[in-house]
Design a binder for this molecule. Structure first.
Ligand code: ADP
Ligand code: MG
Ligand code: ZN
Length: 502
């Protein structure tokens, strides 16, 4: 089906009610894998981080990574889930070359966390509750690279390469209950849910949850039912969607596609689908009409996981403030609109501004520098704001120098430029580049006298009452002082010397 076969979004929603299910996989940031001691660091040579256990060699035995379990419990608690008293891992049996054991160690009917919810805030401020079915522990597979085809997919490839460094890295899969009642806002709810979950995971410190690096990926299940009916329609499952924008687009596309199929009398096949960034479309993957039989059975080589209630309560006590509540608190403290707060969040500036304020800057100044000059530079360099070679402490120092009147904005921008260029701390850049507001009244007075003398005609106009003409003289003084004068003070001095009222 091509994009032209779609029903318009409005028409789709006029006839049908969307139901969604979101399955999110999060790769934990543990130092070692889930069931062996192999490193999880990125960038190693292919297959350098493997051992008999994660390669599934005969006789090898797995051991559970305690930090992995701890992270899973923290995620479960933050999602308001119940934490199992006792649960087991299970073998999910299937063959694929990226999985050398021929089974994935996962959890089946005994997840570590279940029955929770996450409240997400929509753009208009409304809070939508997404119910969580379960969060369970499992492991990642290796990575296949298909060589020789045009698309990088297995079809048409000549051979495939396998890298098992990722095999066995801990994953937490978080599955929602069917999300009903979102209506036309279903794509927005899906995006807001994944965004909120990502913020939560980051706040818990259990993963960096970088979607672009595959540390967090989402399967979008979607079905439509005729408006006013109860029974769920057949769902499609768009796999491995890896950006917030794509989650929203995939959901929107599937609504329009399902509506097109259903309204022309067709039936939706239960299948997985691939999402395409280029045009936001999806294409069929595997048919999934009957539940696959993975022959799940309890993992005999691992002891059950039985977290004590004391431990669970200890972990509960370490939970950070929920990102949504923290954002609302900061928004009030900073006195910014919902919209501005959203931009700050999108720019990845929340924590940077918080740290800059903690280092002594006032919130408005911190926001101004991070969202202005620094955001522009990060954008130019194609890097994240946090990756700029300047610290919140340094930004706070620049703001302090401006507040004290030692720098004006123009000079402050030069200081920031110097810090980014590796010329040292703000004070060192000020020193080296000789960037200080000329506040020496004597020097300033001389510069003003010179400007008046050099621009006699303008000076006369000002004396005659045309105060607006003072701008030209201010400009001349600023030029003469290489921008290092306090423009407001210069203006005062000019008017004073010419004997007119400002
Ligand atoms: P599978 O393993 O086949 O992906 P899961 O039960 O793990 O099945 O996940 C299915 C997801 O889709 C869950 O989030 C579930 O709530 C949701 N879901 C189930 N049925 C429907 C449906 N008819 N329409 C939309 N979402 C659904
Ligand atoms: Mg699924
Ligand atoms: Zn290993």
């Amino acid at each position: 089906m091509t994009v032209t076969d779609l029903v318009s979004y409005e028409d789709a929603l006029a006839a049908y009610d969307p139901v969604m299910g979101l399955e999110v996989h999060v790769e934990l940031g543990t130092k070692t894998k889930m069931f062996c001691g192999c490193s999880t660091a990125l960038g190693a040579d292919a297959n350098a981080q493997t051992c008999p256990t994660c390669l599934g060699l005969p006789g090898s035995l797995p051991v559970v990574n305690a930090t992995g379990v701890e992270s899973a419990i923290k995620i479960g608690l933050a999602l308001n889930c119940k934490i199992a008293d006792w649960c087991r891992f299970a073998r999910k049996n299937y063959f694929y070359p990226d999985m050398p054991k021929n089974f994935q160690t996962s959890q089946y009917d005994e997840p570590i966390a279940f029955d929770g919810y996450l409240d997400v805030q929509l753009e208009d401020g409304e809070v939508f509750r997404v119910h969580i079915e379960r969060a369970h522990m499992e492991e990642d597979t290796g990575k296949s690279t298909h060589v020789g085809g045009a698309t990088g997919r297995i079809h048409g490839a000549r051979h495939s390469l396998l890298d098992y460094n990722r095999a066995g890295i801990p994953l937490i899969e978080i599955v929602t209950k069917p999300i009903e009642g979102a209506g036309e806002r279903a794509p927005e709810v899906a995006k807001a849910y994944v965004a909120e979950l990502r913020e939560l995971i980051k706040a818990l410190g259990v993963s960096e949850a970088r979607m672009e690096q595959g540390q967090m990926r989402c399967d979008v299940n979607l079905s439509l039912r005729p408006n006013g009916t109860e029974k769920f329609g057949t769902r499609s499952e768009t796999k491995n969607v890896n950006s917030l924008r794509s989650v929203e687009r995939a959901c929107r596309f599937e609504i329009q596609r399902h509506a097109a199929v259903l309204s022309s009398g067709g039936t939706i096949v239960q299948e997985t689908r691939h999402f395409h960034e280029e045009d936001g479309s999806t294409t069929p993957g595997r048919i999934k009409e009957e539940a696959e039989d993975y022959r799940y059975f309890p993992e005999p080589d691992l002891v059950p996981v039985a977290p004590s209630r004391e431990w669970v309560e200890e972990l509960r006590a370490t939970l950070p403030e929920l990102p949504r509540l923290r954002r609302n608190r900061l928004r009030e403290e900073w006195g910014v609109s919902e919209h501005d707060m959203q931009s700050i969040l999108n720019a990845g500036a929340v924590d940077l501004i918080v740290a800059t304020v903690e280092a002594g800057a006032d919130a408005a100044a911190a926001r101004k520098w991070w969202m202005g000059e620094l955001a522009r530079r990060a954008n130019e360099d194609g890097i994240e704001l946090a990756a700029l070679p300047i610290t919140p402490e340094q930004v706070a120092r620049v703001a302090e120098l401006v507040a004290k009147g030692d720098l004006n904005d123009k000079l402050a921008r030069q200081v920031i430029e110097g810090v980014l260029a590796g010329e040292g701390t703000p004070d060192e850049v000020v020193e080296k580049r000789g960037l200080k507001v000329v506040s020496d009244e004597g020097a300033l007075g001389t510069a003003v006298d010179e400007a008046i003398a050099a621009n006699a005609a303008i000076a006369d106009k000002i004396r005659g009452g045309k105060v607006a003409a003072a701008g030209a003289l201010v400009g001349a003084v600023m030029k003469a002082t290489r921008g290092q004068a306090d423009a407001a003070r210069v203006r005062e001095l000019i008017l004073e010397k010419l004997g007119v009222e400002g």
